[in-house]
Design a protein around this ligand. Structure first.
Ligand code: FAD
Length: 474
């Protein structure tokens, strides 16, 4: 097989995107992926700013055949009495206002197959166990492949291992973000009611009561498949775990906790009343962290492997994929012009990538701040009087759509301004308390969202066939 220019650990969206862009620049690329694809994964609601990337990667038409479209996001409070709807059409005039909700098993396989089709060597079921970054002119990755220990050699190592944070853990450089310490549980449901905005493709964020410090993320990922993710604080989880164990749920407390919250939240109880769980429950406990040193002359951490932020704004896939695209340009300079030029180019790209991540973190922190703004709890007043505030109105839309990389300084200043209670109150009165934020849909129909999906292209994962009521008390 010979030596490679780049060895990439992980074939998720970050690893595959890196592989494709590096191949297009003529480099020899090896992707080592632990699993056999398709495999399940969280992270299914994609931002409109991904759209040009999908086009450039050559997967847009395939996505249109497989997945529901996403015209916007709706935030509602726990009992559903208040909500606000943010439609990407308000700021995006071309087709990209209709983003996608995806089944990650299929989406990730599509991207990984694309990387192989572009000439990357992809080896699945290869778990990288050890790397050597000490040599002057090469790197090595060693792992287990079908029972044998195999080592590959390349010039540069990209860690795209996601939440496994392969390098950060080995380098002892992983810091948890305490303020965002939460746990997620997610599964898919069949037979859910397609009402309340699911029928028109909205990502629904349902904010849970204060003591849970969390939310439900609900999105349709097929014509008959709704993904429902529960995110709660670690403190609340510990209390509930204790109670459930005492009540005899020693082994299945996670599922019981998930179902307890589904039943006690009016929105999920209503849409899932006659639904059945369609795949095993996924738990994600490593919720927010970062590594300090994310690149050097022979390695880089991209996507979740270097930083992960709370999933509230569905930003992770776009952050990982766009960082990969940007960083590939610097890596090309490194290969062609040597270390000095390469390090300079990587530092420059990293500055913008860090700017984007910092902006998302700020947005998330403001959102969780009890004194900050709650997109669900905006009241509506008359439309007159808002003229002249279109820019401010658009800013939140742009943030929700994913405009993180181009204007992060401007948006960051805007978010700082909102930390001032007086400024916030003024902004909220003039910009957010407007009737069109309280529409229930973004004007899309069921057919526009689900009409072009060919169900046969999406693989079925295991189904245990029990409806919500049957799971009661199990
Ligand atoms: C509850 C929750 C909801 C989310 N919702 C959204 C959302 O709606 N939209 C969104 O954009 N993002 C969302 N995210 C974030 C999103 O899931 C991630 O940001 C995204 O998957 C990152 O992609 P990645 O390629 O960096 O990592 P991953 O997709 O995790 O890929 C990493 C790959 O590396 C492989 N790997 C790991 N270790 C090794 C090893 N030692 N050897 C070989 N291979 C290895 C893994 O098998 C995996 O396939 C959510 C996250 C959570 C926790």
């Amino acid at each position: 097989m010979g030596d490679f220019d780049f060895i990439i650990i992980g074939g998720g969206p970050t690893g595959s995107t890196s592989a494709i862009f590096l191949r297009r620049k003529g480099h020899k690329v090896l992707v080592l992926e632990r699993e056999k694809f398709p495999r399940q994964h969280v992270g299914e609601s994609l931002l409109p700013f991904c759209y040009p990337l999908f086009e450039e990667l050559g997967i847009l038409e395939e996505l249109k055949k497989r997945f529901p479209r996403k015209p916007g996001a709706r935030f509602s409070n726990h009992d559903g009495t208040k909500s606000s709807t943010w439609c990407f059409r308000n700021i995006i005039q071309d087709d990209s206002y209709l983003s996608f909700h995806v089944v990650r098993a299929d989406f990730d396989k599509l991207l990984l197959d694309k990387a192989a089709a572009e000439g990357a060597t992809v080896i699945e079921e290869f778990k990288v166990e050890k790397v050597n970054l000490e040599a002057e002119d090469f790197v090595e990755a060693t792992g287990n492949y079908k029972g044998e220990t195999v080592t590959y050699r390349g010039k540069f190592l990209i860690d795209a291992s996601g939440q496994d944070t392969f390098l950060a853990r080995r380098l002892g450089d992983k810091t948890q973000i305490k303020e965002l310490d939460r746990i997620a549980f997610l599964t898919h449901w069949k037979g859910a009611k397609y009402t309340q905005g699911i029928d028109v493709g909205l990502l629904q964020i349902c904010i849970l009561p204060q003591e849970k410090s969390g939310w439900f993320g609900i999105q349709p990922v097929a014509k008959d498949r709704v993904s429902v993710g529960l995110i709660i604080s670690r403190k609340y989880l510990k209390e509930q775990k204790e109670k459930l164990r005492k009540a005899g749920h020693e082994n299945d407390w996670q599922m019981q906790l998930y179902l307890q919250e589904v039943r006690s939240t009016p929105l999920t109880a209503e849409i899932l009343s006659d639904a059945e769980i369609a795949q095993p429950l996924i738990a994600v406990s490593d919720f927010s962290y970062y590594a300090n040193k994310t690149f050097g002359h022979n390695f880089a951490m991209l996507g979740d492997s270097g930083k992960f932020l709370d999933a509230m704004f569905a930003s992770g896939v776009y952050l990982g994929m766009n960082s990969s695209k940007m960083f590939a340009e610097a890596l090309d300079i490194l290969m062609r012009q040597g270390k000095e030029a390469g390090m300079k180019a990587m530092s420059e790209k990293k500055k913008h990538i860090d700017g984007a991540y910092d902006l998302v973190e700020k947005f998330i922190n403001i959102y969780y701040d009890p004194a900050g703004f709650n997109l669900a709890e905006m009241s509506s007043t008359s439309e007159s009087g808002y003229k002249g505030f279109e820019t401010a109105f658009s800013l939140v839309h742009y943030l929700l759509a994913g405009d993180f990389f181009n204007n992060y300084e401007k948006y960051s200043g805007f978010l700082d301004m909102l930390k001032n209670p007086k400024q916030f109150a003024r902004w909220k009165n003039l910009v957010v308390d407007r009737p069109n934020v309280h529409e229930k849909t973004c004007g899309t129909t069921f057919d526009e969202i689900f009409g072009s999906i060919d169900d046969r292209l999406v693989e079925e994962t295991s189904i245990n066939g029990k409806k919500l009521q049957q799971l009661q008390g199990e």
